[in-house]
Design a protein around this ligand. Sequence first.
Ligand code: GLY
Length: 361
Amino acid sequence: MQRIKLDLGGRSYNIIVGFDILPALGKTLKKLNIGTDAYIITNALIRRKFGAKLEDSLKGAGFTVRFKVVADTEKSKSIETAAGVIRDLALYDNKRRIFVIAFGGGVIGDLSGFVASIYKRGIPYVQVPTTLLAQVDSAIGGKTAVDLSEGKNLVGAIYQPRLVFSDCKFLSSLNPRQLRSGLAEVIKYAIIKDKSLFNYLFTNIKDILFCKRSALERIVLSCSSIKAKVVKQDEREERGIRTILNFGHTAGHAIEAAAGFTKYTHGEAIALGMLVACEISKMLELIDEPLAVKVEALISKAGLPTKIRAVKLERIISAHYRDKKFIGPRNKFVLIGAIGKVKIVTNVPLEVITESLKKKF
Ligand code: GLY
């Protein structure tokens, strides 16, 4: 079990990474003095697969336990679902010290953090992420949110958890597409911040895809540590530092939206978005062709898409137009100058963006 500290003064917390560490969660929470009653928000699959083990660990440490199951879909990130969860939470709250455990992937993490942030003006919560994407990214850094029909993540707050507890054993039970989707975010960290991680992924991608314990722990630890450093420097995304985590996300989100959020998983769309960002970096002469080819080779080795299929270019461009951050004087792209070196570039000409997108069809 290894520990990374996310240093945020009085709101600091540990990210614990290990393999088959769920039985130790109860004792770890006890030491945190987080409360007495655990309210666990999860989905039906995670509840069925790992609920009993979590319950044993918590009850063994003296906590009371209540599970709240929500549907495993982005639709659960809604004001309506949050309101239902909060009412249930209020019924369970027996005026002792209640806290929330987010037990699942990104949807559960965002929803649970949101609920914890507004119930009684904020109660403690803990992230126990069960997907690769959540372990390396969304569970860390306190971004909580629900969606509106007007747009994703429009309601929420930065509200830090008291602990992130990443058991890599969960990752062995992900379906291969989910695992590959999380790998896109791992590749993102390598490209923006960690050349040695990039080289490791290049050589060891099969070990990750086969869920070899040491490989999973290596990548979750490296990415968690990068994310902790970035969030420490720019918790509220005000200093242009946390923005680097959006590498591949501008074009990626547009591709995801243009495909109606069904054809591509988030990670697949981000993989394509990273390739578009590399293409733009190449066109602006920030990187050379061999580097772009190497990134594409890694994305392909990871089993992620390298070509945009069955989505019209015009739809992607208009999805970009709908993104207020994108077109006009404030258009801002996270690009790269080398592996491990990002460059934020403003006002990338639309022709360069369109040309780069075209090359990825
Ligand atoms: N997922 C990007 C961030 O936490 O800032």
